[in-house]
Ligand binder design. Structure first.
Ligand code: SF4
Length: 493
């Protein structure tokens, strides 16, 4: 990657959706001509180049403004003809010694500014601070003074008062656990959660029997939110069904399908109905989903921004617009983590930022390599975040050699050669071999101190979960299950 970013383009240039004065238009044109070729600028009007190693993140196919997605490698998995722009940002930040700058939680777009220039804002801020002070500060030999003056100009431009993102950990401001999942994690138990795919139609018999079959085996059940960008029954509806059947749900919310408005109203509604676990995801690109594809270039939020908004709603009692929430919502906030995507040290930066933004637990992508998992955990340890987040490792039993081969093509998943060979050699007994492999992995994961549980996933094989939990020795005593299911399902606060 050269010093300057050539004008690679994925998303179309943004255009203002309002009247702009001729002077503003001229300035915007000049800015586009200069910043486009130099930094790959997309004219989002909300410039944050100083925090992203001077590469415009708006080139990300998912419009992520706070770090790579869970499928990131050197190439973008959404558009494999292009490099992953976040991988490039992390690489350059590392070379420039600006890695820690990547931790600041950056705001979603102020769409009122999209397509307009940012130089006008910078100049206005220079005048506010004092032109002479800024220029003498920037020319100073004192690095601390230079940094302080630089920040006094650029920070207010990229961090408006309605956002005020930072790079600091904010411990939750409540004492009683919000959910049974949180209660058990706090108690130091090794927990099991499981993912259930919502049905593709309104026929819910299988969903209900899956929920019932898990009651005595897992602490909470996740319901995916239009996984693979394919419409299904909503995570919301499934969560309510689970509650009615005395099973604790985890509501998954993908930023892809939400705006900042709908996400705030949804979590208030969820909290009102007693849904206490919320998993924030960016979501698969519509490009990997069903066709015809919807808009690919309009993204209101990413998962880190969602965490930031929801944490502040709960702990500071504030809507995004700053209005007070008289009775704030209660929830236990989770996020996805991707131990096997790109480089472990890069992923650790992203997980660190999620913890700072508000993630209290991680449910990771599927892991098949316990040694590689150690590398990722070591990177988290270096960042001192292991004591601040609970970690549940994703486990998915493989049913066939073909499935194992397909998994090697999924972004963010690595299947070691030894597992591929075992699955191939198993022939007609592939399912049994897949279960044995899953149990061996769980056994190794159970011994890792930094790990607090497992998160079971499957592609339509939810019926296998009880057997895995039983054979892994993770079934809870009946008395505990009975006590947990007494929790009132639909009460407010
Ligand atoms: S791989 Fe993910 S983070 Fe990287 S450019 Fe593509 S969508 Fe964005």
């Amino acid at each position: 990657m050269p010093i300057f970013t050539p004008g690679r383009r994925w998303q179309p240039p943004f255009r203002p959706f309002r009247h702009v004065s001729p002077g503003g238009r001229l300035l915007a044109t000049v800015e586009r001509w200069i910043k486009g070729p130099l930094f790959g600028c997309r004219m989002c009007g909300n410039c944050l180049l100083q925090e992203t190693a001077f590469i415009c993140p708006m080139e990300c196919s998912k419009g992520a403004r706070n770090g790579p997605c869970g499928g990131s490698t050197e190439q973008c998995y959404v558009d494999p003809t292009r490099p992953c722009i976040w991988y490039a940002i992390y690489q350059r930040a590392e070379r420039m010694g600006r890695t820690e700058k990547l931790l600041e939680v950056l705001p979603p777009l102020d769409w009122d500014k999209v397509g307009t220039e940012t130089w006008g804002d910078v100049w206005a801020q220079v005048r506010r601070v004092g032109t002479r002070k800024v220029f003498s500060g920037l020319l100073s030999r004192d690095v601390a003074r230079r940094t302080q003056v630089w920040d006094s100009v650029f920070r207010p431009v990229r961090q408006p008062t309605w956002w005020e993102g930072d790079a600091v950990y904010h411990p939750p401001k409540y004492t009683e656990p919000a959910s049974e999942l949180e209660r058990r994690l706090r108690a130091g138990e090794f927990v099991v959660t499981a993912e259930v795919a919502p049905p593709l139609s309104t026929k819910t018999d299988k969903l209900q029997s899956n929920i019932d079959s898990l009651r005595n085996y897992v602490t909470a059940v996740n319901f995916t939110d239009n996984a693979s960008a394919t419409p299904r029954v909503s995570s919301w509806a499934c969560s309510i069904l689970a509650q009615r059947r005395s099973v604790e749900p985890t509501l998954q919310i993908t930023a892809r399908d939400h705006t900042r408005l709908s996400v705030q109203s949804d979590v208030l509604g969820a909290s009102t109905l007693g849904i206490r676990n919320v998993l924030c995801l960016t979501g698969d690109s519509p490009r990997v989903g069903v066709t015809p594809m919807g808009r690919l270039d309009v993204v209101d939020l990413d998962s880190i921004q969602m965490l930031w908004i929801l944490r502040r709603m709960r702990d500071e009692g504030k809507y995004l617009d700053g209005r007070e929430i008289k009775t704030p919502p209660r929830y236990f906030l989770g996020a996805a983590a991707a131990p096997m995507a790109s480089e472990a040290r890069f992923q650790a930066i992203r997980e660190h930022k999620k913890v700072n933004a508000g993630a209290q637990f991680f449910q990771t992508n599927v892991v098949y390599d316990a040694d590689a998992l150690d590398t990722w955990l070591n990177e988290l340890a270096k960042r001192d975040i292991l004591g601040k987040v609970y970690i549940l490792i994703g486990i998915m039993p493989i049913r066939s050699f073909k499935m194992a081969q397909r998994l090697t093509e999924v972004p963010g998943i690595q299947v070691p050669e030894t597992i591929l060979k075992r699955m191939e050699a198993a022939g007609d007994h592939a399912e049994e071999e897949g279960i044995t492999i899953a149990l061996e992995l769980i056994e190794r994961i159970k011994r890792k101190q930094a790990v607090h549980g497992i998160h079971l996933m499957s592609v339509g094989w939810e019926s296998i979960y009880p057997r895995i939990v039983t054979e892994a020795g993770l079934v809870r005593p009946a008395a505990q299950v009975e006590e947990a299911t007494k929790t009132p399902a639909t009460v407010n606060r």
